[in-house]
Design a protein around this ligand. Sequence first.
Ligand SMILES: NC(=O)c1ccc[n+]([C@@H]2O[C@H](COP(=O)([O-])OP(=O)(O)OC[C@H]3O[C@@H](n4cnc5c(N)ncnc54)[C@H](OP(=O)(O)O)[C@@H]3O)[C@@H](O)[C@H]2O)c1
Length: 336
Amino acid sequence: MGISGTNSCKLASASITTKSSVSGRVNRTRTKPEGTGMGYKQLGTTSEKIPEIGIGTWKMLNEATDVEAIRAAIEHGSSLVDTAEMYGNEELVGEAIKGQENVFIATKVSPHNFRYDDVIRSCDASIRKLGVKQIDLYQLHWPNHSIPIAETMRAMEQLKRDGKIRHIGVSNFDVKELKEAQGSLKSGEIVCNQVEYSILVRDIERGLMDFCKRERITIMAYSPLARGAIFSKKYEQLRVKLESIGENHDKSAAQVALNWLISKPQVVAIPKACSIHHAIENAEAAGWRITPEELSEINRFLSSVRKRPITSIFTPVIKHNGFWSRHMQNKKRAKV
Ligand SMILES: NC(=O)c1ccc[n+]([C@@H]2O[C@H](COP(=O)([O-])OP(=O)(O)OC[C@H]3O[C@@H](n4cnc5c(N)ncnc54)[C@H](OP(=O)(O)O)[C@@H]3O)[C@@H](O)[C@H]2O)c1
């Protein structure tokens, strides 16, 4: 399904294009019932709107509790659900979205499956596991320089022509990699780049963010709560600052940290929450805004405490993807 409509927290008349989570049903447009205060952002240059806060599912493997958390998020408007073939939980996610009409499902193909036939096979498997007719956003999990991007993108375009995916996205791509990926598409566009971004990890502000802004590529911020580090003893001062700003809005530190992200143009965030309480709290980080003065206050605070930029823990792994790809390919060969 896809979500379209106004970028407003008033959802009473927001138009929602829906897709059933059960294989074989068709897409249709319906009116979303009144209820959540979710805000929406345009996806790339498309006319589609997606929730500014979704839910991430990495490490969710517990059917009973995680399914409930995903459902709670959807019920509260966080109907963008992100998973990946690598997470090994697409069936669990499929269970959570079963019968839910307004879900925007994003999944990813792993770098060791970037050969043409492997991309097609992976997508078919994801569709089957998720129990959907179509994937809304299909993303390359991270670059794999050992397989030509043109070959991978040819498969992505074929999947789109075949109606198996609705939009093409990438993840962990830097500016050069994004340009190459864009250049290898014969038609269509890259609508989204999923990258690590939080109040603590701000690497993308050094060039990538501006590029995405210029090219109108949505930034989907992963690990938006820095994997929970914001709440650790080490960042206590930051938490206290966020809490004090939250008091003005009756919001928590987590909600202010997420709001800081989505207050930037083109940024949506996918916090992971295994607990229902966190899932609802995160959904309620959307549909309102910290003021420009509060934004400046947070930024001033961050520059006063940050001696040097904190870098992503994922970057070294991703940038040495040659090693990772070889490792995964060897594993794959060992299985055959
Ligand atoms: N594309 C990529 O390469 C990539 C890499 C990493 C992650 N991702 C995606 O991004 C998603 C989110 O990132 P992440 O899982 O790394 O980290 P995250 O969302 O930054 O942090 C998750 C942690 O924060 C806690 N939390 C969530 N909401 C909270 C709240 N309101 N108050 C206090 N604590 C809260 C969670 O606890 P509970 O779970 O106990 O609620 C969990 O321990 C992933 O699940 C995945 O979908 C993508």
